[in-house]
Every structure is written in C-alpha cells, then in structure tokens.
Design a protein around this ligand. Structure first.
Ligand code: SF4
Ligand code: SF4
Ligand code: SF4
Length: 580
C-alpha cells in the first residue's frame, strides 16, 4: 500500500514501510549516513542505525529520528535540514573523529572515505572533544585483506555484509558504547578464519579500516627489472569500471584506453583474461557435456570464483565433487602465458611475471593456492592487483587516461568472444557455457545467444533450457547467502538442477570487492552490467568455441578439451577446510 508524506515541504507518495531515508532519496534528497546499506533488490540491507548521522526532525516528535530505521508514515511531516538536525550530525561526526587517527593524507582511503567526505560536507573544522584514542594492532595476516581496527567507526556494515549477506560470519561487535570493537571470533587473525576474501566487507566499509593488500609496489619492482618479461591481463569486469577511477560515468567502456595505459606503464605484453574465459568455457562446457553423457555428478557448479570456492571448502566439505574442476580464467591465462606463449616466443617461463588486474580481492589469495601450481615450476599468476590499484598506478604515473587513444590487446592471448566478456556479470558464465554446450550437445547452430532469464540482479534465478531432447535445469546465484540456500538443497538431495553458476559478489564480478566503490548504489552495478552486455553485442564472435585463437591453442598445444594435457594445465582440485 502507498502512503503520502511531506519531506522538506515536498509532498511524496511511497510504499508503506519504506524508511524516511529511502523515501527522501526518491525526491533526490540524500540524508547522510555512515552505517546504512540498502541493496534492496539483492536483499542486502543494514538497518542497525549505529552511526546516528541520519537524524531528521519529524513534526510532533520531541527527539530527532534516525531516518534509516524510521518508517515513513501517512501524513508525516519531515524536515531533513533544520539547524538542530545538522548540528546533531556534526556532533556525531566530531565524536567519531575524536577517536579516529588523523591520518587522512596517508590513508589508503584518502579522497574515497565516507567519513572524510561527510566531515567536509558538514563543515567540521575542529574537533571539540578530546579523549581516549583506541589503539589496535593492524592485521596483515592474510594475502588479500588488511584490517586496521583503529580506523573503524563501528558502523557494523562489514558485520551485516559478512553475516547476513554472505553468511560467513567472520566479524561481530563485542562490548558496548565507546568500548565496542568489531572482532573476529577469539580475535583470530583473518587468515585463521573462514573468511572467503570476497572483499565485500571492504566494498561497504566507509573508512580505511578494511582495505585490500596493496601489491602495486611489487608490480613496479617487476616492471623496473630488465631481466623479467612482465605480462599483464585484465578481467572482463575491469573495463566497465576502471573509468570511474577517472571521473567517467559508471558503465563507460574503457577497454582500449586501459590497454594503452598498461603499455605506458611498461608491461611487455597486454593480454586479455577474456581469452582465458573462452578457454574456461571450452573446458567447463565439455565437462558438463561429459557429466551429462556419462552419468557424472549433477548438478555441476561453476568454479571460477575463488571466494565461492573457499566458501564451499569451509562450509560444505562433503560437496567437493560437485563443482567443476576448471581453474578460473586468469589462472588459465597465466599458465598458458608461461607455457604455450613462452614456448612459442622463446621466453624462459622462470623469467616471466604474470600480473592479473582483477575486480576481485579473493584472486590475490587464489594466486597463492598451492593446488593451482601443482606439477609446475612456478605459480600460474605472480601478482594480482585490483581495478582500484590499477587506477591509482595510472594516476601516479601521470598518464592522462581520458585522453588516451584506444589500443588493442596483444595477439594471440588477447583474442576473445562476446561469451567471454559476459563472465563479468552474474549469469554470464552459465550463459557463455550454454552457448557452447548447446552446439556440442545438439550439433545445431544456436541462433539466439542471449539467455535473458539468466540476467539481472535477482538473488537466485532459475530457468529450464531446452537443449535437443533434454531440458536443462539451470540456476544462477550471486552473494554467498544465496549460494548457501542452493547448497543446502543439494546436500538434502532436493536439488533438481543440472548446472548452477555461483558468484560471491553482488552482481557478480562487476560488484567485486576490488572495484571502484559503489557506495551501495545498485544503479552503478546495473550500468556496469549493461556495458558488459553492450561489449558482448559488439563482438563479431559470441561463442567461445568459435574463437580462432582458442582453436589454434587446442590444435597446437593442449589437444582435446577436457583431455589429459588440459587436465594438467587447466584443472585443479579442492580441499576440505575447517569451519572457523
Ligand atoms: S572478505 Fe567476505 S568473507 Fe571475509 S570477512 Fe569480508 S565479507 Fe566476510
Ligand atoms: S571495519 Fe569498517 S565496516 Fe566494519 S564496523 Fe568498522 S568502519 Fe564499519
Ligand atoms: S564474484 Fe568475481 S570479484 Fe567476486 S569474489 Fe568471485 S571472482 Fe572475485
């Protein structure tokens, strides 16, 4: 039911139960907040009302009301901008700053910090409160995430994200009032928990308390070592978000500028992870066909998201035979760079460094997984940096990104199809696999390559896809909480699916923990997804098995898809892990 109210003298109609904060947004009034999260479409909300920054005046009420947790009601008269409300916000921010290190200039979140931005917007010029400053050790235990609890403002967004959305439950608030601290269980270092390194807590943290492990110095060192041949590859989701780091609109496609910038940074070769994605489809689709034809384990689950892989290893160790054994696309491209490409180019693979630019924090940890380098002399990928880290490197190098002319990826590990680029959005991996599996199973041409039912931001999408005489039952999920629901069904023997795509991050990799911050704005994720589909439509080839460079790779080097050599290079194994 809809209700009518007034905000700042403007009448509006909103659904009953909507918060005042969301109601105000419908008329383009932003009430500031540091704790509220609203990704309704993906059922990701935080209504803890811990920061008290969003207070407003409601006629007839003596006390200020927190706009995030107060539902809009019929006939309500709200003012968001009274001197009393603004002064209360300023006081809240001053109190937060009184127990916050004044290290903005050296903080990794400088100019991207919600607390800093709010202090500036509210005109906080000095802090009227002096008191005890909390001090904590920095947790550098993991290969992906740095925790700096002294910068924490106890907004509990990370806790909501990790508990309610991802259902991993790494953090909880301990203590009360000023003594509240966000901790892991038994205060364990992060690498000793069940953390999946999805980085979604980083994506929502308003301050620099949670950040990815910065590996840009390692990249610079490699680029300045003349004895090393440094290869870089970029994931599909990077090209539709990197522009945001230079003030471009979300969803601006900057593929050509990105390649040009990487060459100016000094990389010897610029390859496209999309090539690895096309190879992934060759392997994954063949594995699916193999399981279907030979009565193998179904459903088959995708395995290209390392956070999802770590999640099932901790949470569902009895289901290790369900996911596909395929490595993720950047790992495939890494191993092929150091074998196929190195051999063809006469480069010593031990002198080759592969750098992956990813939307993802978990891929930093994934690159160091020993299972992935099994039987090889070096790791597939040596260094992983995020989209945010690449944007910073480009700015540091003084490259005028916006003015760069488009350049193309290096051949042949730069050739790709539209099927590969859609890996970046939720549903894309499955759609790409279906484009190939359909033709392999039926021997017929798939005319309509777009599977609309698998697209969009809904948490769990299901479809029945007729393929020849078989109706393939498929599902797509994003967010680990949704994945848990599906895995519980499989565990209980209630799953009727044949194949399921699972991605840890909201929206898939476009919403990855290493992407430019979306500040909870789902429209940014949608713009990136639309750009991904636009890039797909612009490609002359849209099915992985039609990529001539991929076909040459199999003919000259790998042999049969899902064959012996393919298993050595392109597949991996999983391990049981404790639930901590
Ligand atoms: S990285 Fe993901 S799993 Fe780990 S603490 Fe953050 S939200 Fe939880
Ligand atoms: S770590 Fe960040 S998201 Fe978590 S409570 Fe602290 S400030 Fe909020
Ligand atoms: S969904 Fe993508 S960005 Fe997120 S953890 Fe998985 S692979 Fe990384």
């Amino acid at each position: 039911m809809d209700i009518q109210l007034t905000i700042n003298d403007m009448p509006l109609t909103v659904p009953e139960g909507m918060s005042i904060l969301d109601a105000a947004r419908t008329i383009n009034i932003d009430i500031p907040t540091l704790c509220y999260l609203n990704l309704h479409e993906m059922n990701m909300n935080n209504h803890i009302a811990s920061c008290r920054v969003c207070v407003v005046e409601v006629e007839g009420r003596r006390n200020l009301a927190p706009a995030c947790s107060t539902p809009a009601a019929a006939g309500m008269i709200v003012r968001t901008d009274t001197p009393r409300a603004i002064q209360a916000r300023r006081t809240m921010v001053e109190l937060l700053l009184s127990d916050h290190p004044k290290a903005c200039l050296t903080c990794a979140k400088n100019l991207d910090c919600d607390l800093q931005a709010l202090a500036a917007d509210l005109g906080v010029r000095h802090i009227n409160y002096e008191g005890e400053i909390s001090e904590f050790e920095i947790d550098t235990s993991s290969l992906a995430i740095i925790r700096e609890p002294s910068k924490c403002i106890r907004c509990r967004r990370c806790e909501t994200m990790c508990d309610d959305v991802q259902t991993v439950g790494v953090y909880s608030a301990v203590g009360r009032g000023f003594g509240t601290v966000i901790k892991t269980a038994f205060d364990r270092p992060l690498h000793e928990t069940s953390c999946t390194f999805c980085g979604q807590c980083i994506a929502v943290c308003p301050t620099g308390a949670l950040m990815e492990l910065d590996q840009t110095d390692k990249v610079r060192k490699a680029l300045n070592d003349p004895s090393q041949f440094v290869v870089v590859q970029t994931a599909p989701a990077v090209r539709v978000a990197l522009g945001e780091g230079f003030g471009l609109e979300p969803g601006t496609i900057v593929t050509g500028k990105m390649v040009a910038a990487l060459r100016r940074l000094g990389f010897d070769r610029v390859f496209d992870t999309d090539f690895g994605a096309d190879v992934t489809i060759m392997e994954e689709a063949t594995e699916l066909v193999h399981r279907i034809k030979h009565g193998g384990r179904l459903p088959m689950l995708t395995s290209c998201c390392p956070a999802w892989v770590k999640f099932f290893e901790h949470q569902f160790p009895d289901l290790l035979d369900v996911p596909s054994t395929c490595k993720s696309p950047h790992e495939m491209l890494g191993v092929l760079s150091k074998s196929y490409y190195a051999k063809a180019s006469g480069i010593d693979p031990k002198k080759m460094i592969v750098v992956s630019v990813m939307p993802c924090v978990a891929k930093k940890y994934e690159a160091a997984r020993p299972e992935l380098a099994q039987g090889q002399e070096t790791a597939d990928v040596d260094i992983v940096i995020t989209t945010r880290e690449l944007a910073r490197m480009i700015r540091e190098a003084g490259i005028h990104f916006e003015n760069l002319k488009d350049e193309e990826f290096d051949h042949s590990l730069g050739e790709s199809t539209g099927a590969a680029v859609i890996f970046g959005a939720t549903g894309g991996v499955l759609e790409a696999a279906l484009r190939t599996a359909y033709e392999v199973l039926t021997g017929e041409t798939l005319e309509k390559v777009e599977f609309e039912a698998l697209r969009g931001m809904e948490g769990i999408k299901e479809a029945v896809i007729p393929i020849g005489e078989r109706n393939l039952r498929v599902a797509v999920t994003h967010g680990l909480g949704n994945a848990r629901k599906i895995l519980e069904k499989i565990q209980a023997g209630e799953s009727e699916y044949d194949v399921i795509e699972i991605m840890a991050c909201p929206g898939g990799c476009i919403g990855g923990g290493g992407q430019p911050y979306h500040h909870g704005n789902v429209e940014i994720l949608k713009a990136r997804a639309n750009a991904i589909y636009q890039e797909d439509r612009s490609k002359p080839l849209r099915k992985s098995h039609e990529n001539p460079a991929v076909l040459a790779l199999y003919k000259e080097f790998v042999g049969e898809p899902y064959g012996e050599r393919a298993h050595e290079l392109l597949h991996t194994s999983f391990m049981k892990r404790e639930k901590l």
